[in-house]
Design a protein around this ligand. Structure first.
Ligand code: UD1
Ligand code: CA
Length: 454
C-alpha cells in the first residue's frame, strides 16, 4: 500500500438546495452529509484528509473540528479548481489521492476501500468510481471507446444526445496518482457550458498522455447518489434509514415498523431491544438489551439501561438506568440521571436531576435541579420550585421520603430521610428526617353556610 491522501470537496453553496444552510451541512439521519463522508474516510489509513471549504467555511470547520485539515477555495470556480486548492499540502507527494464530494453521504468505507485497492492493484494513474443508473439525469456520463476504455467524462450540460443516453455515471469519487493529478489540473480549462474548471476533465488529459485510466464500477448505485436538491436529500434519508435499520435487525434488534423508525448512524443498540413504530433515535444514544423503545419516542444522546421501557416520550442527553419505566408522555431533559427500577410516569418533566434507584415520580410533576434519593415516592402534581426569575436552586429529597400530592418544594430545600410531606403543602424550610411536615392553610368547615349562601 502506497501513501494515501484524501480530498473532500465541500466548498459549494448548493444553490439547488434553496437553503440558507450550506449544502454539505444538511443532515441525513441527523448527521451532516460531509460528516458522513469524513467518517467513512477516517478508517482507511490515510496520511491526511484535506477538506476544501468555501461557502459556510466556518460552519463546516466547526462541524468537522480537528479531524481533518482545511483549505479555503475563495471563489467556487469548479471541482477541478477546488482540488487545486489542496496543492499546497500535497504538492510533489508520492502516492494515491482519493477525491470524494461532500454531497455523497451514502458512500461506505467498504466501497472507498475497494476503489483504492483496485486503483493500487491496477497501478492506474486514475481510477473513477462509476455506477449504472436507471435515471442518470444530472450526473456526468462515462464515455468509453470501442475497446471499452474510459476516454472521458462529459457533464450533463455539455453532453450530446448520444452521450446523454449513457447510463454509466461518474459518482464523483476518484483515485489519482497524486503527482499526475496536480500536473493535469494545470491543463484543465473552463471552456464548457458552465464556465467551470471540471475535475473530471483530468481523465481525458490523462488519457491523452497515455496514462492508465481505469474504472471501478460498483453494483450499488444507491450508495453513490449525489445530493443536489431536497428531493435527493429525502432519497438519501430514506436509503440511509433502510441501511441502518437493516444493520440493527441483522444484529438482533426487533424493529416493528422499519419504514417509520429513524436511527442515527452513530446509535448503538444491543441485541433483543425492541423498537416500536414512530421512534427516532439520535446522536450517540446507546440502548442496552431487552429495552423497549416506543411507540412514538424521540431519544437523543442518551444511555438507556437493560430492560427499560420508554413509551411515547422524549429524552435528551441523559442517563437512564435498568428496568426503568418511562411514559407515556414524559419529558426527560438534559442531565437527568435516572437510577435502576425508577418509574417516571405521564406528564412528568425531569431536568438536571438525579432520581435514585426504585423511586417513583408517577404523574404530572416537574423535577428540576434536584437530587432524589432511592425509594422515594413523589406524589402526583409535585413541583420543585427551582427558579426565582434570576437564579436556579437545588431541591434535595433523601431516601425513602414520601411527598404527598400537589406539593410545592421551594428550593433551596432539603427533605430528610424517611420524612413525610403532607399533600398540598408548600415547603420552604428543610424537613428533618422522619418528620411529618404540613405546610398548608388550615381547613375551616362552617356548618350549614352553603345552604344559606345558595
Ligand atoms: C459532480 C461531477 C459529475 C458527477 C457528480 C456526482 C463535476 C464537474 N461534475 O457534479 O460528473 O456525476 O458530481 O455527484 O465535477 N464544489 C467545490 N467547489 C466548487 C464546486 C463544487 O468545493 O467550485 C464541491 C461541492 O460542494 C460538492 C462537490 O464539489 O460537494 C460536487 O459539486 P456539485 O456542484 O454538486 O457537482 P455536480 O453537478 O453534482
Ligand atoms: Ca453534486
Amino acid at each position: 500500500m502506497s501513501n494515501r491522501y484524501a480530498i473532500v470537496l465541500a466548498a459549494g453553496k448548493g444553490t439547488r438546495m434553496k437553503s440558507k444552510l450550506y449544502k454539505v451541512l444538511h443532515p441525513v439521519l441527523g448527521k451532516p452529509m460531509v460528516q458522513h463522508v469524513v467518517d467513512q474516510l477516517q478508517p482507511l489509513g490515510l496520511e491526511e484528509i484535506i477538506t476544501v471549504v468555501g461557502f459556510g467555511a466556518e460552519q463546516v470547520q466547526e462541524q468537522l473540528g480537528d479531524t481533518v485539515r482545511f483549505v479555503v477555495q475563495e471563489e467556487q470556480l469548479g471541482t477541478g479548481h477546488a482540488v487545486q486548492q489542496a496543492e499546497t499540502h500535497l504538492n510533489g507527494k508520492q502516492g494515491t489521492t482519493i477525491v470524494v464530494c461532500g454531497d455523497t453521504p451514502l458512500l461506505t468505507k467498504e466501497t472507498l476501500q475497494a476503489v483504492l485497492e483496485h486503483h493500487e492493484q491496477e497501478e492506474a494513474a486514475v481510477t473513477i468510481l462509476t455506477a449504472q443508473a436507471n435515471d442518470p439525469t444530472g450526473y456526468g456520463r462515462i464515455v468509453r471507446d470501442n475497446q471499452g476504455q474510459v476516454s472521458k467524462i462529459v457533464e450533463q450540460k455539455d453532453a450530446t444526445a448520444e452521450e446523454l443516453a449513457v447510463q454509466e455515471i461518474n459518482t464523483g469519487t476518484y483515485c489519482f496518482d497524486n503527482v499526475l493529478l496536480f500536473d493535469a489540473l494545470k491543463q484543465v480549462s473552463n471552456d464548457n457550458a458552465q464556465g467551470e474548471y471540471y475535475l473530471p476533465d483530468v481523465i481525458e488529459i490523462a488519457q491523452q498522455q497515455a496514462q492508465k485510466v481505469s474504472a471501478f464500477q460498483t453494483a450499488r448505485f444507491s450508495e453513490t447518489i449525489g445530493v443536489n436538491d431536497r428531493v435527493a436529500l429525502s432519497q438519501a434519508e430514506s436509503l440511509m434509514k433502510q441501511r441502518i435499520n437493516e444493520y440493527h435487525m441483522r444484529n438482533g434488534v426487533t424493529i416493528i415498523d422499519p419504514a417509520h423508525t429513524y436511527i442515527g448512524a452513530d446509535v448503538v443498540i444491543a441485541p433483543d431491544v425492541v423498537i416500536e413504530p414512530g421512534t427516532v433515535l439520535k446522536g450517540s444514544t446507546v440502548i442496552e438489551s431487552n429495552a423497549v423503545i416506543g411507540p412514538h419516542s424521540e431519544i437523543n444522546n442518551c444511555h438507556i439501561g437493560e430492560g427499560t421501557v420508554v413509551r411515547h416520550s422524549v429524552a435528551n442527553a441523559s442517563h437512564i438506568g435498568k428496568r426503568v419505566q418511562i411514559g407515556p408522555f414524559a419529558h426527560i431533559r438534559p442531565e437527568a440521571n435516572i437510577g435502576d427500577g425508577v418509574k417516571i410516569g405521564n406528564f412528568v418533566e425531569i431536568k438536571k436531576a438525579k432520581v435514585d434507584n426504585n423511586s417513583k415520580v408517577s404523574h404530572l410533576s416537574y423535577i428540576g435541579d434536584a437530587e432524589i434519593g432511592s425509594d422515594v415516592n413523589v406524589g402526583c402534581g409535585t413541583i420543585t420550585v427551582n427558579y426565582d426569575g434570576k437564579n436556579k436552586f437545588q431541591t434535595i429529597i433523601e431516601d425513602e421520603a414520601f411527598i404527598g400530592c400537589n406539593a410545592n418544594l421551594i428550593a433551596p430545600v432539603r427533605i430528610g430521610k424517611g420524612a413525610l410531606v403532607a399533600a398540598g403543602s408548600t415547603i420552604h424550610e428543610d424537613v428533618p428526617s422522619d418528620a411529618l411536615s404540613i405546610g398548608r392553610a388550615k381547613q375551616v368547615n362552617k356548618e350549614d353556610y352553603a345552604k344559606k349562601y345558595k
